[in-house]
Design a binder for this molecule. Structure first.
Ligand SMILES: [Zn+2]
Length: 231
């Protein structure tokens, strides 16, 4: 009996390993695929039985088109293995934690063209800032800036940078901050986002960083931007 148990224990890792290389269906509603392409691996777990195969395909294709480009440009040390989970229990749009992104199938049912949610989320994996790196609005502003620059089809999703209004502020985050970053690159420092991203990852962020990169404080920059926000 003891021998059998030991044999089973020895066989278990081999069993898990064997199945990590291909499609696994644990039950009717959980399906996992491991896809390898050009040195990158995507583990795709679908917990929503009715989720469209076409959409699954699109999310995977977007990953393989965008993620290697972002790794190369911003953080060549980024992980090569990423997990996507399509989870009906998750009620936001998408969220990234560590090397895993969770997507809401309900969101994609309603917005099937919003595939560049992938672009925004995988940038968070590339950012890998950890805790205490700097303000969250810089993190989210960079992720939306990257969606704007590297997104595969923002137009089809009806996604664009919003017009500037006087009620906005630079720390409103997401698209408002992203647009500000685009303007900064056009007017002050072409490599602003690349540099800010690295500063955040190195945990070297402070208010002075803005002056170092642009010659101005955030308040001064924002005033200038508001006066002439053309991009
Ligand atoms: Zn985000």
């Amino acid at each position: 009996m003891k021998t059998i148990i030991i044999l089973l224990l020895l066989a278990l890792p081999a069993f898990i390993f064997a199945h990590s290389k291909k499609s696994v269906t644990d039950n009717a509603s959980v399906h996992a695929d491991t896809i390898n392409q050009s040195g990158y691996t995507l583990i795709f777990i679908n917990k929503e039985a009715g989720f469209s195969t076409d959409l699954s395909q699109k999310l995977q294709e977007t990953f393989f088109q965008v993620y290697p480009v972002l790794c190369k440009k911003y953080n060549p040390g980024s992980t090569r293995t990423v997990t996507f989970v399509v989870d009906p229990a998750y009620d936001g749009v998408a969220a990234t934690s560590g090397n895993q992104v969770v997507y809401s199938p309900q969101w994609f049912d309603k917005h099937p063209n919003d595939i560049d949610v992938v672009t925004h989320e995988v940038m968070h994996i590339v950012q890998a800032y950890g805790h205490g790196s700097g303000p969250w609005w810089v993190t989210e502003g960079i992720a939306d800036y990257v969606r704007f620059r590297f997104g595969l089809d923002n137009a089809k999703a009806g996604w664009s940078l919003p017009d500037v209004t006087e009620n906005q502020n630079y720390d409103n985050s997401y698209r408002i901050t992203a647009r500000f970053f685009v303007w900064i690159e056009q007017n002050k420092n072409k490599k602003f986002v690349e540099k800010m991203d690295k500063i955040m990852r190195d945990h070297k962020y402070s208010d002075e960083v803005w002056v170092k990169l642009t010659g101005k404080t955030t308040a001064e920059l924002w005033e200038e931007y508001q006066a002439n926000p053309t991009i």
